[in-house]
Design a protein around this ligand. Structure first.
Ligand SMILES: [Ca+2]
Length: 265
């Protein structure tokens, strides 16, 4: 069951999120979307330790929650011994599990998982086999199962499970009912930017966003389509990118992980 979804379409805002948090800069821009027309950009100026610029969303609490988002790290990796925390599942503002990138040398970075295990006590696991590259979109997904003894925290990158912690005691704060995406306690003192897009929360595994369609197709800015084909008596398009297939003469759009044809029914 989908609990929340935001790709910042069709109008480029974040009104569907609960709040923007942190003192650093979080903006919605069109520079380099993973999908559609808009994406988020979180910038920390490096003035303080533990800087924050992120979007916060609460939803119906659940024992099992997945969150998936795409991230592109701009500017620089964390300085030596530091991390950028870009995605969390929590209960309120309390973290249950987080996806981060960590650098031990200030030159290369690795994905890292932080997970609750005990009474406000956290464990860490670092996956050294992927060297995180700048200017590259990564599909990052976290799974948590909340339990006093059989809790789980897992991280998938680009559809591959890379880290798992099981048999956790992670119910100290209660069930999962929130996510945080962007810069949530970035450490180090270097200014940097993280782009993100295509955020989805579900009670089941989400996986990769769909690949770009191939063939004789033309993409439109969704905001323009909102006003145009409605004159033909068609219903409102669902959120997500729309395009026109010239060969078949139909509009198509992404919804629920599949390609659908946009029509009156
Ligand atoms: Ca988008």
């Amino acid at each position: 069951m989908v609990l929340f979804e935001s790709g910042f379409e069709p109008s480029g805002g974040y009104a569907d999120w609960t709040s923007k948090e942190g003192l650093d800069s979080l903006t919605i821009i069109t520079t380099d979307p993973h999908h559609g027309y808009y994406h988020a950009s979180a910038y920390c100026n490096g003035g303080n330790e533990g800087e924050q610029a992120y979007l916060y969303k609460t939803f119906t609490s659940s024992t099992t929650v997945y969150v998936r988002a795409y991230f592109k790290f701009k500017t620089r990796v964390p300085s030596a011994g530091k991390s950028y925390n870009m995605l969390n599942i929590g209960n309120g503002f309390n973290d249950i599990a987080a996806a981060r990138i960590y650098s031990d040398n200030g030159t290369t970075a690795a994905f890292q998982m932080r997970y609750l295990n005990g009474d406000d006590t956290y464990g860490y696991e670092t996956y050294a086999y992927i060297s995180v590259q700048l200017n590259t979109w990564y599909c990052v997904e976290i799974k948590v199962v909340v339990s006093g003894s059989a809790g789980e925290a897992r991280i998938y990158v680009d559809g591959n499970l890379i880290m798992s912690a099981i048999s956790l005691n992670n119910d100290y704060f209660g069930n999962a009912n929130s996510i945080m995406a962007g810069e949530n306690y970035s450490s180090g003192t270097d200014d940097h930017t993280i782009y993100f897009d295509c955020v989805k929360v579900d009670t089941s595994y989400i996986g990769l966003d769909l690949v770009e369609p191939e063939g004789d197709e033309t993409f439109f800015e969704p905001a323009k389509l909102d006003s145009d084909p409605s004159t033909a008596g068609w219903g409102e398009p669902e959120a997500g990118i729309l395009w026109y297939n010239k060969t078949e003469g139909v509009f198509r759009y992404w919804s629920g992980g599949t390609i659908k044809t946009w029509s009156t029914e």
